[in-house]
Ligand binder design. Structure first.
Ligand code: WTA
Length: 656
């Protein structure tokens, strides 16, 4: 762990109103304050009860095995099938005609998919994947747009016990190849493309490029979504409509051990190499199923639930797919962007389907704020009754705007803190219990044990800041980093031995409630996406013109943070030419994906380094955020910061 900075407590607004639940909401809420008492009295018993909400082929006796900490085993002697829990059991309970998804395609094509139809499709896909050679334990990579087939593909893998790794469709072929190779997937599921702002965003070419580096992939299943031409490799490529559609809708599910791997989700860490976060079956499903029910107060028979996130991120996994489906919820699945064909698209979708629960990221809320509340005002949003936020700290202004302009000053706002690693929500208000406080994620959920500690690992008093840790294992926790147990132990369990180090700064306010203050490591959060400074630096130095690079995140009003890169060019590259900044920004987009494209690139002659040669990113952040540069006494050359700052001032903002 390098460059840990103590989080600051400034920049918190003066907003001091709190919003208690209405009496009627509290009276009908799924969960009351008793849940905290129950979990406090018997934490493992509490989780065992929640796990029993699932359908077990072999019930478990053992709740937690922590004897080989930090490698947890939950409910380990039980067996179940995750897909059966999301589908078949609901059909068997007479809910086959309930809508699982209202799919809204970007061009406006919509489809309604019932639980019965989804079950049949998943069985067809499971049969087709079996024919392509997929067996329990095999990894399958999924690189798809936001369409129903993506959900079908994931659940078909789950049904077969074949862990999926979904790679966000915005990632480059390089990033896709790295992930396929890291988890050794032999099958890839993709589409010809997806729709984005009225045009086709192709996907298949990136797969073809990636597979040039992945000789072990022997089958590619391709959904025809956009109808654009795609290159075809005979024998390897198979159309979904020719393979899955004609397959039998009957498939006998096998039950798997509770700890059978369910999926690997790659996320950025503090080194260049993304980490494959491994989630297993029963504990993960217990966590996302229970928290979806508890935090959003979901009434599956009447609510319409919408997580406006991409399935390629953990939020999509837990709160578009596994959580909602395990509870037989009706969800919206939307393919496109919030501003196509106009900036009111989200609000028109809410009106159209009478969405009652919305879950999205603060960056989206701030974008809507910037566009103006008149777009929301054009639509009837009175169906909403709970609205949630995830992915980054929600500033009080955005919280108040969200609550009043979207929630009609009526709906509870749940600010939910969690991570790819935690699998499900850990810290959040309960909408029927907690008085919401703008900007605070409030308290750990029942059954979750969190603390805020100082550098030495001591709990901080109210009114102080420190590092967020989780002090007890929880069912949906990551089990390891794929193929790298040492990195798992090192990254999460060594900073504060025996406790899970989240990498986030936090404070406890005077009431003891928790506020998240952002990352304390070299991970940035840009528009709710986790990006690693080192990963972008590695991409930059892979360019023949670049000798050295340092990347920092600077504060950005809309996206939370924006990427700023400082680069030293190789001498043979001269001054790099007039377009070097644009060229390097595109280079990063090609290497990693557009989300990683730096907002600004500064060509500098030197980087601030300590005498031992470590780049002092803290100082670069000061420059990028236009603050007086902090303590430079440990720099090898104290003049370097002045040179950089004067260069920075003269360089135009390159953001597009
Ligand atoms: C940040 C997304 C403040 C945090 C589910 C965490 C938040 C990282 C919140 C995980 C929140 C998430 N308030 N910060 N409510 N929720 N974060 O893995 O820095 O993509 O460590 O998971 O997002 O991002 P990830």
């Amino acid at each position: 762990m390098s460059d840990i900075v103590t989080p600051t407590l400034d920049n918190l607004s003066e907003e001091s109103r709190t919003f208690p639940p209405s009496d009627s909401f509290a009276a009908a809420a799924n969960v009351t304050a008793d849940a905290y008492r129950e979990a406090d009295a018997d934490r493992l018993g509490f989780w065992a009860e929640r796990a029993r909400r699932l359908d077990w082929a072999t019930p478990f006796e053992q709740v937690l095995d922590w004897s080989n900490a930090p490698f947890a085993r939950w409910f380990a002697d039980g067996r179940l099938n995750v897909a059966v829990n999301c589908l078949d059991r609901h059909v068997a309970a007479g809910l086959g005609d309930r809508v699982a998804f209202y799919f809204e395609g970007e061009p406006g094509d919509s489809r309604t998919i019932t639980y019965r139809e989804l079950t049949d499709d998943v069985c067809r896909a499971a049969n087709a994947l079996t024919d392509l050679g997929v067996r329990a334990g095999d990894r399958v990579a999924i690189y798809m747009p936001m369409i129903p087939e993506t959900v079908v593909a994931m659940l078909a893998c789950a049904r077969l016990g074949a862990p999926h790794t979904v790679v966000f469709g915005g990632f480059s072929s390089e990033a896709l190849a790295t992930r396929i190779l890291d988890c050794d997937a032999h099958v890839v599921i993709t589409a010809d493309g997806g729709w984005r702002r009225g045009s086709v965003a192709p996907l298949k070419p990136a797969v073809d490029d990636a597979l040039a580096q992945c000789p072990d992939v022997d089958a590619v299943l391709v959904v025809r979504r956009t109808g654009n031409d795609v290159a075809w490799t005979e024998g390897r490529d198979h159309w979904w409509h020719e393979t899955v559609d004609p397959a039998s809708p009957h498939h006998d599910p096998e039950a798997f051990d509770a700890e059978h791997p369910l999926y690997v989700m790659y996320t950025s860490g503090t080194t260049g190499k993304p980490k494959g976060i491994l989630h297993t079956s029963a504990g993960y499903l217990t966590g996302c199923s229970w928290t979806q029910y508890e935090v959003f107060d979901v009434k599956p028979e009447s609510d319409v639930y919408w997580t406006a996130a991409d399935i390629g991120w953990v939020t999509g996994h837990s709160y578009i797919v596994y959580g909602p489906l395990s509870n037989a919820t009706t969800s919206v699945l939307y393919e496109g962007t919030p501003d196509f064909p106009d900036k009111d698209r989200w609000w028109s979708i809410i009106e159209k389907y009478r969405v009652s629960i919305l879950y999205c990221a603060p960056t989206a809320i701030r974008t809507h704020m910037k566009w103006g509340h008149e777009y929301a005002a054009r639509h009837d949003l009175s169906s909403l009754r709970v609205i949630g936020s995830v992915g980054e700290p929600i500033n009080p202004e955005a919280y108040i705007w969200y609550r009043s302009h979207i929630g009609g000053d009526r709906t509870p706002v749940v600010d939910t803190w969690w991570q790819t690693e935690t699998g499900s929500i850990m810290i959040s208000p309960l909408p029927g219990v907690t008085a919401g406080k703008p900007g605070a994620a409030m308290t750990p959920l029942p059954g979750v044990s969190a603390d805020v500690v100082d550098d030495d690992g001591n709990s901080v008093p109210n009114g102080s800041g420190g590092y967020l840790v989780l002090t007890e294992p929880w069912p949906s926790m990551l089990r390891t980093i794929w193929g790298d147990d040492d990195r798992y132990r090192e990254t999460y369990w060594s900073r504060f031995p025996g406790r899970y180090f989240a990498g986030d700064g936090a404070k406890r306010d005077a009431d003891g409630d928790i506020w998240l203050l952002g990352r304390v490591d070299d991970v940035m959060n840009v528009a709710g996406h986790r990006l690693s400074t080192t990963e972008i630096e590695s991409a930059l130095v892979a360019n023949p013109k670049v000798a050295e690079a340092a990347v920092v995140g600077r504060a950005d009003e809309t996206t939370g943070q924006a990427v700023v890169a400082f680069v030293i060019l190789r001498s043979e590259a001269g001054d790099g030419g007039p377009h070097v900044a644009a060229e390097l920004r595109d280079w990063v987009a090609n290497q990693i994906g557009k989300i990683a494209r730096p907002a600004q690139i500064m060509v500098v002659a030197e980087l601030p380094k300590t005498r031992s040669g470590k780049i002092m990113r803290r100082l670069l952040r000061d420059v990028a955020e236009n603050r007086p540069v902090g303590d430079v006494t440990t720099l090898a050359d104290t003049t370097v910061m002045e040179t950089i700052r004067s260069g920075m001032a003269s360089s135009a903002n390159q953001e597009d």
